[in-house]
Design a protein around this ligand. Structure first.
Ligand code: FE2
Length: 422
């Protein structure tokens, strides 16, 4: 057998019962077997550690990342104060400012095994600086990070007279997907109209769709059903993503059941952002206080594709955040009450395989022969332990080369000598 570029020895894979050797050549997976009698320029002993495909960040706002406190802190903690603060901060945006913060954030993510990121770019500002900055970043990082950019009209599609023109310009400049925010439009009718326009553009410009949908505690906010109808009638299926959908939490169960069934028919993707929506939602409630995260467990149980996002890292909406997708999955386990053994594993899928479906990565993703040799070796023996301990990414491989490594943390304990027994 010819020598390979790299062999990982004794890696635990999700679909194998015994550890596997994984050989890599020319940036792709070349052989996978319990024991490979072959040599390579470099070998890594995984010692029965879990190897999974890279983490997928399905939903983040890189243009606002790392701006918390600028020009002021969000003291109410609400979505709407966040939008007000961002409206002020974005007056000071420059391409360099966006690039510098976005690349720093992507490096933080890559160091933790994230190699696919979908970022929204606010296109409600007249120079499209956030979008242009992120499109430049997409090009700059393409050798080590797959970045998708969504043209997102933060202030609404009808928020200003020139917004429609700005959206089309953003699509022509090369945005991967079209965003929207129907619940933030002035009327229900405007929200519906905005979705029709977005779906028209998606067909006209051949773009993916990712809508900030029903991110509000109002149980009358029902734009997800409009997305479902548009997706079905235009047969766009998995090219469409509904993000946040926090009002789903507050719908009556009869309506929610109907909606779950129709989502299943469409194949559209749902993205939940548990870190941020557990802090943003329910702010006007006294007690009982709603959790405000969409119905992740029920969507998953009915076979819908659900993935998870960080949404924000140190910005006007959420001043915390680490970029670690296991942190996101861990939070989902708790908020969505997915503590069953299979349910915990499902939450790991939501930051890996399911995210890949949301991003339409198809055969560019997964540990399989012929695919790009990108993976993460976690300091954990299985999926459950990975979530429980929020395991470190010992090695992150991108297209066959080591992109990042984190030494395993093994704390030393210095216990006092036991007291002599009397
Ligand atoms: Fe968002």
């Amino acid at each position: 057998m010819p020598p390979f570029d790299l062999i990982l020895r004794r890696a635990r894979l999700q679909d194998h019962s015994v550890p596997q050797d994984i050989a890599i050549a020319a940036g792709t997976f070349a052989a996978i077997a319990p024991r490979l009698d072959a040599t390579a320029r470099e070998e890594i002993d995984c010692s029965d550690r879990l190897a999974i495909p890279p983490f997928v960040e399905s939903h983040i706002h890189l243009d606002s990342a790392d701006t918390a406190g600028e020009p002021r802190w969000n003291e109410s903690g609400t979505l709407f104060e966040g939008i007000e603060i961002w409206r002020d901060r974005k007056q000071k945006l420059s391409i360099e400012d966006v690039e510098q913060r976005a690349i720093a954030t992507l490096k933080t993510q890559a160091a933790q095994g994230v190699l696919h990121v979908r970022s929204h770019a606010d296109v409600s500002e007249s120079s499209l600086i956030a979008l242009k900055g992120l499109l430049a970043v997409r090009e700059e990082v393409k050798d080590w990070m797959n970045l998708q950019v969504v043209a997102f009209p933060q202030d609404g599609l009808y928020g200003s007279p020139q917004q429609l023109e700005l959206m089309e310009e953003a699509l022509k400049l090369g945005a991967d997907a079209i965003g929207g925010i129907p619940h933030y439009e002035l009327t229900r009718e405007d929200g519906v109209r905005s979705l029709q326009q977005i779906f028209d553009w998606a067909e006209q410009y051949d773009k993916l769709i990712d809508i900030h949908c029903d991110e509000i505690d109002d149980d009358q906010s029902r734009f997800l059903e409009v997305m479902v109808a548009q997706t079905l009638r235009r047969d766009l299926g998995s090219r469409v993503t509904a993000s946040h959908t926090t009002a789903f939490h507050s719908y009556n169960n009869g309506y929610a059941q109907k909606l779950l069934g129709s989502i299943r028919r469409t194949q559209l993707n749902c993205v939940a952002n548990p870190l941020i929506n557990i802090t943003l939602q329910g702010r006007t409630d006294t007690y009982p206080k709603r959790r405000g995260v969409t119905r992740v467990k029920e969507l998953w149980q009915q076979g819908n594709n659900v993935s998870l996002g960080h949404d924000c890292i140190r910005d006007p909406w959420y001043s915390l955040g680490t970029g670690n997708m296991l942190n996101v999955a861990h939070m989902a386990v708790h908020i969505c009450q997915m503590t069953g053994r299979e349910q915990v594993k499902a939450c790991l899928d939501m930051v890996t395989h399911n995210g890949a479906k949301t991003l339409n990565l198809d055969d560019r993703y997964g540990i399989a022969l012929g695919r790009p040799a990108s993976l993460v070796v976690l300091d954990a023996s299985d999926e459950f332990e990975a979530i429980r301990t929020q395991a470190a990414a010992l090695y992150t491989l991108s297209h066959g080369r080591i992109l990042a490594c984190t030494p395993a943390a093994r704390p030393k304990l210095f216990l006092p000598e036991p007291s002599p027994r009397l």
